[in-house]
Design a protein around this ligand. Structure first.
Ligand SMILES: [Cu+2]
Length: 456
C-alpha cells in the first residue's frame, strides 16, 4: 500500500495543467480584474461604473522586452470566473487563457500566474476569454508592448486604443449583453467611440518629427476605418509582425482585435493640424488631433522594415487544405437543420438557444477539431463567408499568412473576411496544443462562431 509520503511525492511529480510560478520567481505584474468607476463619457456626463484591469481603461499598458520571461498574476476581483488571453502571443498552450480548454477558469477571489517567454517583439493586447462579450465590453482590455532589441529611431511613440461603447443616456454600460439582434447581425455595436477611453486625444507635434504609433482595436464589433491627415504614414507591422517592406498608406481598416504599427512623419506646417479620423457611416470623426508647431525638422528618408520576428518558412503548395464555411445570421439564415451540442437539431432549436451562426454546419465548439495537424505540418484553410456580415477570424497560438493571387500576405493573427468573400490562409502548425479559431466579434463567437485546431 502506498504511504502517504509516496502519494504526495507522486502527486507532486504529475505535470500540472498549468504550472504556477514558484516563490523564487516573483511575478513582475499583477493584473487585478475588478469593478472600477471612471469618467468615460464627456465631463458633463456622470461617471461610468465598469470592469477594469488595475482600475483603468484601457488596462495598464505592459511595456516588456523581447526575449524576457513574462510573469503576471491575474487576480479575479469580479463576481464571475475569468481568464486572460494574451492576444497574438505565440506562447505555450497552457498559458493561452482559454477556460475549459487550456486552463480552469479563475474563480472569484482566486488568482492565476501566467509565465511565458516573450519570443516576438510587437504590439499585443490582453483580454479575458471568459464571458468575453460582457467582460471585454465592460472594459477589460489592455495593451502589451514587447520592444525590439534595436527599436527604430523615432521622436515619440503613442499607443492608441480604439474602442466602441454602448452607453445608456446617463453613461452607464448598457446591459444588453443577450441581445438577439446583436448576435444575429453585426455584433454589439456601440454609440460612443473612443481612443484611449476619451472621445478625442489632443496634443502637439513638431512639424517634420517622426512618430511611432501603435494602433489597437479592442472593440467587440466595430471595424474602424481610420484616415490620416497632415502626415506621411507607413504601416510597419500588422498584428505584431513586421512587414517585409513598410507600406505607405493614408487610410487603414482596423477590425476587432487587429493591431497596426505605423511610422508617421508629420508633414503639416506649424499652425496646421495633423489628425487621425474615424470614417463612420454618418460622418468622419476626429479621434486624434495634434497641433503642429515649429521649428520644422528636416525630412527623413522612408522608414526601414522593423527587425523580423523568428517566423517559420511557409510553403503552402505542399499544404493540406481544410475548408471552413461560415453560414447563418440575419438576411441569410440557417439551413433547416444543423449540429449543436453534438446533435443534429432543427434550426428553430438553435435560434431558441441563441445560436445563429455555423462553421461547417456546426454551431459552437465541436467535439473534434477543424484540423488535427502534426507538429510542423503546413495547413491551408480557405474561409468562405456565406453570411451577410464581415467576420474577424482569429487563430490562437500561431500566425498565418493569406494566400494572395500572387504571393503571400503579411503574417497576421486576425483576418477580416467580408460577406461573400473567400479568403485562404496558410500557417505552419509549429505550436503544440489545442488552439481556438473563432470570430473575434464576441457576440458572433458566443452565438456559434467557434472552432479549434489541434497540433500534436
Ligand atoms: Cu463574426
Amino acid at each position: 500500500m502506498p504511504t502517504r509520503r509516496a502519494f504526495i511525492a507522486g502527486a507532486a511529480s504529475l505535470p500540472a495543467l498549468a504550472p504556477a510560478a514558484r516563490a523564487s520567481e516573483p511575478v513582475s505584474h499583477v493584473l487585478r480584474a475588478a469593478p472600477a468607476t471612471v469618467q468615460l463619457a464627456p465631463a458633463d456626463f456622470p461617471l461610468t461604473p465598469l470592469w477594469a484591469f488595475n482600475g483603468t481603461v484601457p488596462g495598464e499598458t505592459l511595456r516588456l522586452r523581447q526575449g524576457d520571461m513574462f510573469r503576471a498574476r491575474l487576480e479575479n476581483g469580479l463576481d464571475q470566473p475569468t481568464t486572460i488571453h494574451w492576444h497574438g502571443q505565440r506562447l505555450p498552450n497552457a498559458m493561452d487563457g482559454v477556460p475549459y480548454m487550456t486552463q480552469a477558469a479563475v474563480m472569484p477571489g482566486d488568482s492565476f500566474d501566467y509565465t511565458f517567454r516573450l519570443r516576438d517583439a510587437g504590439t499585443f493586447w490582453y483580454h479575458p476569454h471568459a464571458n468575453s462579450l460582457e467582460q471585454i465590453s465592460r472594459g477589460l482590455a489592455g495593451v502589451m508592448i514587447v520592444a525590439e532589441a534595436a527599436p527604430p529611431e523615432v521622436d515619440a511613440e503613442e499607443v492608441l486604443v480604439f474602442d466602441d461603447w454602448r452607453l445608456t443616456e446617463d453613461a452607464q454600460i448598457h446591459p444588453s449583453f443577450n441581445s438577439r439582434h446583436d448576435k444575429s447581425h453585426g455584433g454589439r455595436l456601440g454609440n460612443y467611440i473612443t481612443v484611449n477611453a476619451r472621445p478625442e486625444v489632443t496634443g502637439q507635434q513638431v512639424s517634420g518629427s517622426r512618430l511611432r504609433l501603435r494602433l489597437v482595436n479592442t472593440a467587440t464589433a466595430r471595424i474602424f476605418r481610420l484616415r490620416l491627415d497632415g502626415v506621411r504614414a507607413w504601416i510597419v507591422a500588422l498584428d505584431a509582425m513586421p512587414l517585409d517592406v513598410p507600406e505607405e498608406t493614408r487610410e487603414l481598416i482596423l477590425a476587432p482585435a487587429q493591431r497596426a504599427d505605423l511610422i508617421v512623419d508629420v508633414t503639416a506646417q506649424p499652425g496646421e493640424e495633423a489628425m487621425i479620423a474615424s470614417v463612420e457611416r454618418d460622418g468622419t470623426y476626429a479621434m486624434v488631433t495634434w497641433a503642429v508647431t515649429g521649428p520644422v525638422m528636416t525630412a527623413r528618408t522612408a522608414p526601414r522594415a522593423l527587425p523580423p520576428n523568428d517566423m517559420p518558412r511557409l510553403a503552402p503548395d505542399d499544404a493540406r487544405s481544410q475548408p471552413l464555411v461560415l453560414e447563418g445570421g440575419a438576411m441569410r439564415g440557417l439551413p433547416e437543420e444543423a449540429v449543436w451540442k453534438g446533435e443534429r437539431q432543427a434550426a428553430r432549436k438553435l435560434i431558441e438557444g441563441g445560436q445563429f451562426w455555423l462553421f461547417n454546419g456546426v454551431a459552437g465548439m465541436p467535439d473534434t477539431p477543424l484540423v488535427e495537424a502534426s507538429l510542423g505540418e503546413t495547413i491551408r484553410i480557405p474561409i468562405t463567408n456565406r453570411t451577410a456580415f464581415p467576420h474577424a477570424m482569429h487563430l490562437h497560438g500561431m500566425h498565418f499568412r493569406e494566400i494572395l493571387p500572387v504571393g503571400l500576405g503579411p503574417w497576421r493573427d486576425t483576418l477580416l473576411v467580408g460577406p461573400d468573400e473567400t479568403r485562404e490562409i496558410a500557417f505552419v502548425a509549429d505550436n503544440p496544443g489545442n488552439w481556438m479559431f473563432h470570430c473575434h466579434m464576441a457576440a458572433h463567437q458566443m452565438s456559434g462562431m467557434m472552432n479549434w485546431i489541434r497540433v500534436i
